[in-house]
Write a protein that binds this ligand. Structure first.
Ligand code: AKG
Ligand code: FE2
Length: 266
């Protein structure tokens, strides 16, 4: 019998609420992720970008799709408990890596990460999805990611935007809805203090956001995103994020295993 990380309550919670907290499961991996993170900061990919464009307004840097060149990230994706946890939560028989993503918000940066879903930016559709948001140091709830429970059940996707300009991501938004009104005191907002080794695990359709960085240390988070059994390619008609140019797939196809390797299967 292979080890189980989640109990039935957590599996149901993930299905019904679209988000769960994982306490302490990644402690052994944080030093390694930190060293991979620094490598990306010092040598970003072509996708690296700062969402703060004004001078003297701090920095909100992000980069993604680095796991093939950053051995620490590759090791995490292939050997940490993350892919197995994903399989348990989504009851998937096989798990593919979609991408890694890093976020770094400097102290005093007021730029918020707006409420958004990740799926509308992506060239995939499906429900067997999940991202791990793993802060590399303790983060207080006032400074941490918020996730709106049950928002993964919205029947249409929300219009994605470009965070640096707040403009719409796509030119054609016919298939998307406006962001619903979210009351900051909504009881369905998941928001917790996180310690080193904890992670927030959420569906690609779950609405989430984060505040500026009010603490006096950078807020660094490593995120890794997996796809499971029901996920298929979808052509959004325009460049997605990540762009995955020349992917050469048709609507409804499983994602190609040479670009998105299977990292766990039963
Ligand atoms: O760290 C942040 O501010 C944003 C994280 C996020 O949007 C994500 O992990 O999908
Ligand atoms: Fe996101």
């Amino acid at each position: 019998m292979k080890k189980n990380y989640l109990n039935e309550f957590q599996i149901n919670e993930y299905k019904n609420e679209g988000v769960i907290i994982l306490r302490g499961l990644f402690d052994d991996w944080i030093d390694k992720l930190q060293s991979g993170f620094e490598k990306v900061i010092n040598n970003p990919s072509e996708h690296g970008r700062d969402n703060v464009k004004e001078k003297n307004n701090g920095s909100f840097f992000e980069d993604y799709c680095n796991w093939q060149r950053i051995t620490e990230f590759k090791d995490f994706i292939e050997n940490s408990p993350a892919a197995k946890i994903f399989a348990e939560a989504t009851k998937s028989s096989s798990v593919q890596i979609f991408h890694d993503h890093i976020f770094s918000k400097d102290p005093g940066t007021t730029k918020e990460t707006p409420w958004h879903q990740d799926l509308p930016y992506y060239c995939v559709d499906g429900n067997d999805t999940g991202s791990f948001w793993i802060p590399l140091e303790n983060v207080s709830k006032e400074n941490s990611l918020k996730v709106l429970k049950k928002s993964h059940k919205l029947n249409k996707l929300v219009k994605p935007t470009k965070w640096s300009t707040n403009k719409l991501w796509y030119k054609n938004n016919n298939n998307f809805i406006e962001i619903p009104n979210i009351n900051e005191n909504d009881k369905n907002i998941f928001n917790e203090d996180l310690n080193r080794g904890d992670a927030i695990f959420f569906n690609f359709k779950s609405l989430h956001c984060s505040p500026g960085n009010k603490e006096n240390k950078p807020r660094k988070a490593f995120s890794v995103r997996f796809i499971g059994d029901d996920v298929r390619y979808i052509d959004r008609g325009e460049e997605t994020s990540p762009p995955y140019k020349n992917i050469n797939l048709h609507n409804g196809q499983k994602l190609r295993k040479d670009w998105f390797p299977v990292v766990w299967s039963n």
